[in-house]
Write a protein that binds this ligand. Structure first.
Ligand code: ADP
Ligand code: MG
Length: 241
């Protein structure tokens, strides 16, 4: 589904991503861990070209995104849902409108179709009673569940999550992870940057450790956590586990 070839990214003189190559298959749940500043967010943002790679190539469903013109890119990006640490909901729109805006504006659905889809998604994320409220009236955990519903409204082929629970009060982390677990069980292809090691162990099909702009180690979770090989990964795990 996603093919990354020799990806490099610099910001000015700062060399952030260094020769990253990897493939992500349909249905995989890839969890990315690593210290702050190691390039995890930049890597995710290169996958849907929110950041322009400095070198190398990104393929999505066989299409080379690396230099794709913007108009074409917008339609490809619709198949890649993204969820951020800080929700990024539209504060002046109701929950219902937050969910239906993109599919209607991008002419993927009529308003009636989008409304029906929103109702279905609000039920799925357990917030059917919030349709007519505004983001400010919701807790952090509820906002993040709405952000996930909004991304799902476009029927994406893959979901990218960048530390979706890092901004939440501890008691709200569980409800968001539970929803992500359900999505995984539904077969969604997922790439998740997180510090939630329990989620990585239980849900990931593959865990990646990034450090210094490189994928230093990757493996299925059992082996990754019980038998880490790279010294920096061992040190990282000793601090977070
Ligand atoms: P992580 O998500 O692993 O914490 P990031 O990908 O956010 O790491 O950042 C990696 C490095 O790139 C950091 O040193 C950060 O300051 C730098 N960086 C990220 N975005 C930019 C930008 N737009 N301009 C300059 N430097 C950036
Ligand atoms: Mg980050």
């Amino acid at each position: 589904m996603i093919e990354v070839k020799h990806l490099d990214k610099s910001f000015g003189d700062l060399h952030i991503l260094k020769d990253i190559s990897t493939n992500i298959e349909k249905g995989e749940k890839v969890v990315i861990i690593g210290p702050s500043g190691s390039g995890k967010s930049t890597f995710l943002r290169c996958l849907n070209r929110l950041e322009q790679p400095s070198d190398g190539q990104i393929f999505f469903e066989g299409e080379d995104l690396t230099h794709m013109p913007d108009r074409q890119l917008y339609s490809v990006r619709q198949k890649m849902g993204m969820v951020f640490q800080h929700f990024h909901l539209f504060p002046h729109l109701t929950i219902q409108k937050n969910i239906t805006l993109a599919p209607v504006k991008l002419k993927r659905m009529t308003q009636a179709e989008a409304d029906a889809k929103a109702t279905e998604l609000l039920q799925k994320v357990g917030l059917a009673d919030k349709a007519n409220q505004y983001p400010d009236q919701l807790s952090g955990g509820q906002k993040q569940r709405i952000a996930i519903a909004r991304a799902l409204a476009m029927n994406p082929d893959v979901m990218l999550f960048d530390e979706p629970t890092s901004a939440l009060d501890p008691e709200m982390v569980g409800e968001v992870l539970e929803l992500m677990r359900e999505l995984a069980d539904d077969g969604m292809t997922m790439i998740v940057v997180t510090h939630e090691m329990g989620f990585a162990k239980e849900v990931a099909s593959r865990v990646m450790f990034m450090d210094g702009g490189k994928i230093v180690e990757e493996n299925e979770p059992q082996e990754f956590f019980s038998n880490p090989k790279n010294p920096r990964l061992r040190e990282f795990l000793s601090k977070v586990l």
